[in-house]
Write a protein that binds this ligand. Structure first.
Ligand code: BV8
Length: 251
């Protein structure tokens, strides 16, 4: 990555006091984690619609199927490693304390594993479980199961409710404290870098519009067109692993 567009984008970043890195599944593709939809291609899970599996309705309809799907994804993700994009974001944050906030739709924990400390997980995490019962707040560390392990269906020790991954399912509200922190970061940022997201899931995608509406520069990194193209001041049709280190001068 060279050229005027890169120099201009680097200039915005150099001038910025506060940057938001708004990320989606494409940030972790180069770590070997298939994107949300691609995760279904090939093999046993192909015949299931991810949006159905990632919903309270899907869970009520077939508890074991949903628990086994998340056990499969958690094992894949536990074996993955942060890639150069995750590491560049963590290195930039370390070099500019308070200067970068990650707002991510990913539930893989790879930013934190790369050393990032400011990570707002809009859609939760695979590495914590919680009780599904509406008025129970019990949480527990998630277990990573071997490939052919028998996956237990765990009941909550506090209320007997069904334990489930602490992620946000379709039709469910995002965690209010995380949402408010993400909104504040997007309102305060000078530059928002959109990394590897189609921008089709709400209310998350609305944060890019929010940042734009307060005068932030929007830089997009995505090898394919997305629903956020119209908001971008600069778009790099490149992989995150190449473009993010170049933009943050961590290459
Ligand atoms: C809610 C966790 C209400 C679980 C996820 C407004 C308009 C339309 C619809 C709605 C709306 N408001 C609400 C809705 C409904 C719904 C929604 O948005 N539906 C969509 C499908 C139309 N939203 C909800 O249900 C939300 N909740 O609204 O609640 C409410 C309010 C009050 C009280 C009660 C209820 C909750 C949504 C969260 C769902 N959970 N994940 C799990 O993962 O199992 S969403 C999940 O899918 C991810 O977290 C992520 O958000 C999304 C996937 O999107 P992307 O990350 O963008 O990934 P994708 O695969 O699509 O694209 C990858 C991109 O990467 C591509 O562009 C590709 O080109 C690029 N790429 C590939 N390789 C690379 C790369 N880029 C860079 N480098 C590479 N190497």
């Amino acid at each position: 990555m060279t050229g005027d567009a890169l120099a201009r984008a680097r200039g915005w970043i150099d001038e910025a006091k506060h940057i938001v890195a708004f990320s989606g599944a494409g940030l972790s593709t180069e770590s070997g984690i298939p994107t949300f939809r691609d995760a279904q291609t090939g093999g046993f899970w192909e015949k299931y619609d991810p949006v159905t599996l990632a919903s309270p309705e899907g869970f009520s309809a077939d508890r074991r199927l949903v628990i086994e799907w998340y056990a499969y994804r958690t094992r894949l993700i536990a074996e993955a490693k942060p890639n150069p994009a995750h590491r560049a974001l963590a290195a930039y944050e370390a070099a500019h304390p308070g200067g970068l906030a990650n707002v991510t739709q990913n539930i893989d924990g790879l930013l934190q594993r790369a050393g990032a400390t400011t990570v707002h997980e809009l859609h939760g995490t695979l590495f914590r479980d919680r009780c599904h019962a509406p008025h129970c707040s019990h949480t527990a560390e998630a277990t990573i199961f071997e490939e052919d392990a028998e996956i237990p269906l765990v009941d909550c020790p506090q209320c007997g409710g069904w334990m489930r991954p602490d992620v946000v399912w379709f039709g469910e509200m995002l965690p209010p404290a995380v949402w408010q922190a993400a909104e504040q970061a997007c309102l305060a940022c000078d530059v928002l870098i959109c990394i590897g997201t189609k921008g089709a899931v709400y209310p998350a995608a609305g944060l890019v519009q929010l940042a734009k509406s307060t005068g932030s520069k929007v830089i997009q990194v995505n090898p394919n067109p997305s629903e956020l193209d119209y908001l971008a001041d600069a778009t790099f049709l490149a992989a995150a692993g190449e473009a993010v280190p170049a933009l943050l001068r961590q290459d």
